[in-house]
Ligand binder design. Sequence first.
Ligand code: HPA
Ligand code: ZN
Length: 324
Amino acid sequence: MLPKAEIHVHLEGTATPQLVQQMAQRNEVEVPDHIFKSSELFAWRDFLDFLNTYDLASSSIQHPRDYYDVTYDYLQRCAQQGAIYVEMMYSPEHAERASGIPSREHLLAIDQAIKDAKELFNIEGRTIITCVRHFGLDACVKVAKHTVEAAAEFDTVVGLGMGGDEAGYPPALFKTAYDIAAAAGIPCTIHAGEMDGPERIWEAIETLPINRLGHGVRAIEDPKLIDAIIERDIVLEVCPTSNVVLGVYQDYQTHPLLKLLEAGVKVTLNSDDPPYFGTTIGEEYDIAEQQFGLTQAQLRHITKTAIQAAYVDKTTQQQLLARC
Ligand code: HPA
Ligand code: ZN
């Protein structure tokens, strides 16, 4: 099986409806029925409704045991599809808001699940702590400070990220939060150029200490931006199916994956929120082959790009590269 790597997936967004329902039941949380389409898929209408559905489903994740199950379950499924490395964005605010349990306890559970999955399935997992834009700047500063402490304690906590409502909350607003993480040597990424245009990507790369972009696909609309991304060696975390189902692009034919590759941009393949977008990391690789016509050699190269861009320690990175 072709080795695969994923560096853009939301940990809470990996929990299947089946697991969300189990957790809601054992935690006695009410989750409305209308968010479930099937045991494998969530139902939502548009981007803001997706974010709302995501927040509702994530409210079922309350206890460290829940985070253990979500993490272990996801890494097991990824390993079955040939993934050797997965970097998962964990949002401390979701669980803290839902349960009041300090994030550190959730991180202990996630750390244990990552170690167990490594031992049982030979897959390396790492955590990026992620801020939520629509929770505001103060909340993000708190998350950035928490990331600095957590990265010092857990060797599986490796970076800072940010998702949420891009159009309502531009990148520059969060400079203070990013500077806190970067000053502590923590590498950073941000969603940009997904729900808003290339001007937001410019804003992100000019003002924030980032070396990867979540999505970043709309950079294709601005050739100078493409040059800047290449020159600064910024890697794109591309999620083709997420973009198509969220309506960023009408279909795979109009998605810029190939144009970005041809322009010489470093791209990776990712699932984003698998049960919301009806995909998996394995399927994204299949789609890249079948819909975009990439060869096995190109797919292997994409895995290498992801491992080279990963926020993992150098020793593990070398071991992973040897498996590609
Ligand atoms: N985009 C932006 N924010 C998110 C997403 C996403 O796909 N998933 C969870 N938060
Ligand atoms: Zn995302």
